[in-house]
Every structure is written in C-alpha cells, then in structure tokens.
Ligand binder design. Sequence first.
Ligand code: UD1
Ligand code: PEP
Length: 417
Amino acid sequence: MDKLIINGGYRLEGEIAISGAKNAALPILCTSLLTSDDIELTNVPELKDVQTMLNLLEQMGVRIRKEDDKLILNGSAVNNFYAPYEMVKTMRAAILVLCPLVARFGEAKVSLPGGCAIGSRPVEQHIKGLRALGAEVQIEGGYILARAKKLKGTRIVTDMITVTGTENLLMAATLAEGETIIKNAAREPEVTDLALLLIKMGAKIEGIGTDRLVIHGVDRLHGAKHEVIPDRIETGTFLCAVAATGGDVTLTKTRDNILESALNKIREMGAEIASGTDWIHIKMNQRPKGVNFRTTEYPGFPTDMQAQFMAVNCLAEDASHVIETIFENRFMHVQELNRLGARIKTEGNTAFITGVGKLVGAPVMATDLRASASLVIAGLAAQGETHVNRIYHLDRGYDQMEVKLTAVGANIKRVKE
Ligand SMILES: CC(=O)N[C@H]1[C@@H](OP(=O)(O)OP(=O)(O)OC[C@H]2O[C@@H](n3ccc(=O)[nH]c3=O)[C@H](O)[C@@H]2O)O[C@H](CO)[C@@H](O)[C@@H]1O
Ligand SMILES: C=C(OP(=O)(O)O)C(=O)O
C-alpha cells in the first residue's frame, strides 16, 4: 500500500492546474446508460473512483474509448443491469447507475452501498423517489431490485437535501412519461453540471441551480459533448495548503463562483485572494487566523472541505470551532491531527480547536478521503517528517496530489510499502 512522506515547512509558490470534479464526473459518466449515442467528455479527472465507475459501466456493456483528451462512452450495447456488491462497496457513487438503468431498460439490480467511515449514508430517498416514479422496488439479499415498464412523472419531495439522490432522480425523470417536480433538490454545482449535460442530450429541465427542478420527460435522449466542471474541493484543498504553509500560488483551470463560502473563510484566515474567469490566486504571508464555520448544503460551507480547514485552524493564533451538520461521523481526522501536536476536542458534532504555534511530524493514517487531505495539509506545515499512511483514500479523489504539490515547492514523495 502506498504512503506519502512529507518534510514540512516549505512555502508553496507557483502554479497548479485543477482537475475536473470527481463528484460531477461520476454522475456524468452514468448518462451513458441513458442513450445509445456517444457521450463525449473532456476534463474527466484520472482518479480511482472514475476508474471504478468506468469498470462498472463497462461490465454493463458500455463501450469506452479514449481519443486524445476525450473520453467517449457509448451505451448502445448495454445488456447487463447488475451492479455487484464488490464494486459498490468501494465507491458509494455506484448507486448512480440505479435510476438511469430503470429509466431506459426497465430494470436494475444494484447492491445497497452500506455505511462508510463518515456515516451510515442510507439511500432510502433514492428508493422512495424511484417508487414514486412508478417503479416496483424490493430490497433482497443486500440488493435493490427495481422494475418499471415506463416511469411516470410525479412530485417528489425528499426528506433531506441529497446530492446523489437528486442526481439519480433527475436522470430517472428525464425519460419518464410526463412532468416530474423534485422539491428540496440539491443545488450543488455538480448537480447543475449534470443537468446541463442532460439538456444537451435533449432533456427538458427547468429550475436548474434551484431547489425545485421541473422535468418534462422525453421519449429518448441523444448523444452530446461536455466538459466537466473544475473540482471545487480540490481547489479548496490547495488553497488550504497555501493558507497553512504560507506562499503565493495561482490555481488554473478553476473558478471562484463554485466555492464562494470557502473562499470567504480563506480570506478571513488572512489570505489575499484574486481571481479571474479561470484562475484563482492566493497569497498568504502570515500565520492563519482561526475561523468558525458550520457545514451545510450548497451554497453553504461544504462538508467536503471541513477537515482541510480544520487542519489550517490548528495552526492559527486563536481558538475556533467547527460544526459538522451533514455527516454524523466526520471527525476521524481529529485524533490524527492531535498526533501532530494539534489541540482539538470534540463534543457531539462540534470540534473546538485551540491554535498551536507549530505542528510536529508523525506517522498518521486516515480512514476517508478528505481526512487524508487534511493530514497532508498539516504535514506540509509541520516541522519534520510526516508519514501519511493508507493513501488509497486520497487516490479516490485527488489526481496526482503529490506531483502537483511538488511542482509548487513541497517536499513530498510517494513510497510503496
Ligand atoms: C459522489 C458525491 O457526489 N458525493 C458527495 C455527495 O454524497 P451523497 O450524495 O452520498 O450525500 P447526500 O447529499 O446524499 O447526503 C447528505 C445527508 O443525507 C443523508 N441521506 C442521504 C440520502 C438518503 O437517501 N438518506 C439519507 O439519510 C446522508 O446520510 C447525509 O447525512 O454529497 C455529500 C454532501 O455534500 C458529499 O460529502 C459527497 O462528497
Ligand atoms: C465523501 C466524498 O465522496 P463519496 O461520496 O464518493 O464518498 C468526498 O468526495 O469527500
């Protein structure tokens, strides 16, 4: 298993190109199940999760080819409507094949994802919505078995705001008969990116970017070309790295209007931020100030940035607190940050951070993707050597993180054990 060895204390300076968004690419790859024409994609990040999704789609019969920087998917020969446990357990987003399969082929057998390190993460809203659209859905032997001759438009109000739930039901509704209204829809930029591609494919969707999506079902969808949006969480992660180490870095191929709440907090930490249509520049010349925040759905502060900001807060001059409202168990990084000398206490869903002057390198290990990223950030700022173990989590969601960081002056290397 690979690990990262970081020698901390180097200022970061230079340029980093941001990759396409994992959480946009994953649902977007599933649109290949909705049409027999080509879906031609650019800016798809090279990540383990993307490869897992491609493997899953391929075993369903989707033909995949690469041409230069394009990834072309063709779903004309799909003949297997089965997502096995072995694949779904490594990547929860595999649940996103459920609704496209039922909408186009009238059946699907998809493993229940089960819980994961950050929480129990049930998918009953996906199932409730699919039932409301007229599918017969049973749970048997850990699998969701769904059937429908033709989905029928309906009104759906999800009990809570769910990102992949909204995406799944949106894809289902595009091929349903009549009108579907999804209320309490997630407004994340990744949902919008998916909706924009679906429109290019011939779907009729109103209310994009709002919490009320109105979809007029069509008989068939056709092929389309699409460029995946920049990864706002990767963007925010590198901003946090610079806020922690100090430095002067330009992030290219990204933009500010998909992460405004996080950018405001970076400014509050003392960083100078400038931005243009496809770049963000950060200059940090001081010890960070601690910032208080509460994770909420978009456009609020993203839960996927909580751990990285907490790592920076550890280095602050002052105390801060962080409230996690989306997932019930997303503080696994706390204990590991404390191993590096941080002073964090948790009470329920709140973490209280007392800023310390310095962190000191140590061996650490994380059990989820963003927790791993927070340990890299802490390691970059810590004195001495930090070993971040079990980095397969990082590889799920970051495209060559250590290569990008090395290019801006970090001392970080991947070693195989
Ligand atoms: C691939 C992808 O896009 N992953 C993102 C997506 O995950 P994901 O779509 O899985 O997260 P959701 O938005 O669905 O989850 C939000 C909350 O709703 C709960 N819930 C959700 C569905 C359901 O049927 N029942 C239920 O109780 C979840 O347990 C969680 O507490 O949004 C999360 C919240 O922004 C991000 O952290 C993930 O990075
Ligand atoms: C929690 C995340 O992803 P997933 O939903 O794929 O587990 C994440 O990207 O931080």
